[in-house]
Design a protein around this ligand. Structure first.
Ligand SMILES: *Cc1c(COP(=O)(O)O)cnc(C)c1O
Ligand SMILES: [Zn+2]
Length: 406
């Protein structure tokens, strides 16, 4: 039905093996599905609810698996016509992943990852996280009644995300270091302490995240967009979208492929550098820095997969500044009423930049993936905006203040 394959040395492993990278060469693993055995039709899909499990046939879990779900996926694909006019581009959509149960696309991966954890007989799960992975894992682990350990970089996790991890009952450990340090530690701890690792190096998690690509083309009535723009941190999401669409293509659901375009923050852009230098993997950035904490990552694990996806699809990698990110966050919020977190806004900033440089044609149909909700990080909004005007509790004074604002 499905196997694990090393993308580096092509070794195959049975799905029951609890491994995250290739035991032979250390390469990344991916799940290989027998696409020619999948028989589901578009018509059958049409009668099902939206969400990750609408595409059940493409989700590699056994038929008897106990599926842990919070009805994730099925998020809106907004037609953003005000922004489209501002940017003078032919067609523009925002895929609003903030509408997921815990407010980010990570839920798509976790429904698969935690379902798989149960299948493999795990009793405890763990992850290192910039925030959203921990919020999501905490919620799904709670439903599955699994112990959940999360490692977060001290002082660099947005308040909304941290509070979710705590709320859902995860055991939170603040690591005195950055995300890359936390990931290295949790990988070792999981190996040595028989805990199931649910970072995006886990190939099963990416299988759930494929559904983001499925949904975009499904919502566009199977009319594939020219380009999908994704923020790039650890490279899980961008590579999962690409894998999913390749499977849809192989199955005959779509007849062309979009250009995968990845955006990073200037202070944390190892994949952009590797792309420009023609490398197959990144040279890690030592001290990654950006206000977009979800993509504040110096040593992305799945970089080889994303670099391949971007090149194979004819896309591009671009970096944007924190100022550009904050401006894009405000622009989308004010023009379209959609609140997204800074990492997500990097896609809007990237689109603007790539339109101006001519890399993206104004004739294209473009989808920007807004990965997480604005309320994940309320502090950055308050910090980067003017303070509210104060007024005494007096009607005459209030009228004066209001008159000045109209
Ligand atoms: C995790 C995350 C990203 C980065 O995705 P990767 O799969 O790590 O590349 C971007 N934006 C948000 C909001 C995230 O939570
Ligand atoms: Zn290998």
């Amino acid at each position: 039905m499905f196997d694990l394959r090393c993308i580096k040395c092509n070794a195959y492993y049975p799905p029951e093996e609890r491994i995250y990278t290739c035991p032979k060469c250390g390469g990344l693993l991916e799940v290989v599905l027998e696409i020619d055995k999948i028989t589901v039709t578009k018509k059958e899909l049409d009668s099902r609810w939206m969400g990750v499990w609408k595409y059940r046939e493409f989700m590699p879990v056994s038929e008897t698996a106990r599926i842990i779900t919070l009805t994730e996926g099925g998020t809106p694909l907004h037609v953003v016509s005000n922004l489209r006019e501002d940017f003078r581009v032919k067609e523009l959509y925002v895929k609003n992943e903030g509408a997921n149960p815990t407010g980010s696309f990570k839920d798509r991966g976790m429904t698969l990852g935690v379902t798989k954890a149960l299948e493999l007989g795990a009793s405890a799960v763990a992850c290192a996280s910039t925030g959203n992975t921990s919020a999501s894992l905490a919620a799904f682990a709670a439903v599955a009644r699994l112990s959940c350990i999360v490692l977060l970089p001290t002082g660099k996790t947005a308040m909304g995300k941290l509070s979710q991890a705590i709320l859902h009952g995860a055991k939170v450990i603040a690591i005195e270091g950055n995300f890359d340090d936390a990931l290295e530690l949790v990988r070792q701890a999981c190996d040595e302490m028989n805990i199931y690792l649910l970072n995006s190096v886990n190939p099963w998690r990416l299988e759930g995240q494929k559904s983001l690509g499925f949904e975009i083309v499904d919502q566009l009535n199977w009319d594939v967009p020219d380009r999908i723009i994704v923020p790039v941190g650890n490279c899980g999401n961008s590579s999962a979208i690409w894998k999913g669409l390749k499977e849809f293509h192989a199955h005959g659901f779509i007849d062309k492929m979009p250009k995968i375009t990845g955006i990073q923050a200037e202070g944390a852009a190892p994949v952009v550098h590797a792309y420009r230098d023609g490398l197959d993997d990144v040279i890690p950035v030592e001290n990654p820095e950006t206000i977009a904490t979800a993509i504040r990552i110096g040593a992305p694990v799945s970089a080889p997969k994303t670099l391949q996806a971007v090149r194979e699809s004819g896309g591009v990698m671009e970096a944007v500044s924190d100022e550009e990110i904050l401006a894009a966050q405000r622009l989308l919020a004010k023009r379209e009423g959609i609140g997204i977190e800074p990492a997500s806004a990097s896609t809007i900033a990237g689109l603007k930049k790539l339109l101006e440089s001519g890399e993206i044609d104004r004739d294209e149909r473009v989808v920007c993936v807004a990965t997480g909700h604005a309320l994940k990080d309320p502090e950055i909004i308050i910090k980067s905006s003017p303070a509210p005007i104060t007024c005494e509790a007096d009607i005459e004074k209030l009228k004066k203040v209001v008159a000045q604002l109209l």
